[in-house]
Design a protein around this ligand. Structure first.
Ligand SMILES: [Fe+2]
Ligand SMILES: [Fe+2]
Length: 185
């Protein structure tokens, strides 16, 4: 879908949109899990297991957030010109609609929601690695950021993007693990 709106070519602006949207399923899962605890709070052990999912969703959501903020920071630092409509307002709309969809899919078919997210993350990982390969100059671009305390220090911008790509792999594996054990919604 992002290719339809933003073309097939990889760019930091397109990845900013991807990261904005990537947080959404985790938000839907977290919210749904809290509602589930409302319903099953009398069963302590079950509630605790659901809460562990809350923590996992939140950690991944936060991780995507640092991706988003770092990518946005780089776009600003590079002085890239962006269409306000295409790279602010349209992503807001996509995120809103995708939240509703993610919530509904998760309530109806949790396994399908995890599967979709795993595919999303797999795509993101490979797109990041491809983009780094397309920009060898980023291997010698020093990385400085106001988010190093949150996301770590990296020598080059290419290193940061490779770390982000690796994070997407970790997210994918976590979703695939959950497919087998999707037991609440
Ligand atoms: Fe991400
Ligand atoms: Fe991710």
């Amino acid at each position: 879908m992002l290719d339809v709106f933003y073309g097939r070519a990889r760019s930091l602006s397109k990845f900013k949109v991807l990261e904005l949207v990537a947080r959404v399923p985790y938000q839907a899962w977290e919210q749904t899990a809290y509602v589930a605890i409302t319903h099953v709070h009398e069963r302590g052990n079950f509630s605790r297991r659901i809460y562990e999912r809350v923590l996992q969703s939140r950690a991944q959501q936060d991780n995507e957030q640092w991706h988003l903020l770092i990518i946005n920071e780089q776009i600003v630092n590079q002085g890239q010109d962006e269409s306000r409509f295409m790279f602010y307002w349209l992503p807001q709309l996509i995120a809103f609609v995708f939240y509703q969809f993610s919530w509904l899919l998760f309530v109806l078919r949790p396994q399908a929601s995890y599967r979709l997210n795993a595919d999303f993350e797999d795509h993101a990982e490979h797109e990041y690695m491809t983009m780094v390969g397309e920009h060898p100059e980023w291997d010698t671009t020093p990385f400085s950021s106001q988010f190093t305390a949150d996301y770590g220090e990296y020598v080059s911008f290419a290193d940061v993007l490779r770390q982000i790509g690796h994070d997407e792999r970790v997210h994918k594996l976590a979703s695939e693990t959950l497919i087998a054990s999707a037991r609440f919604a």
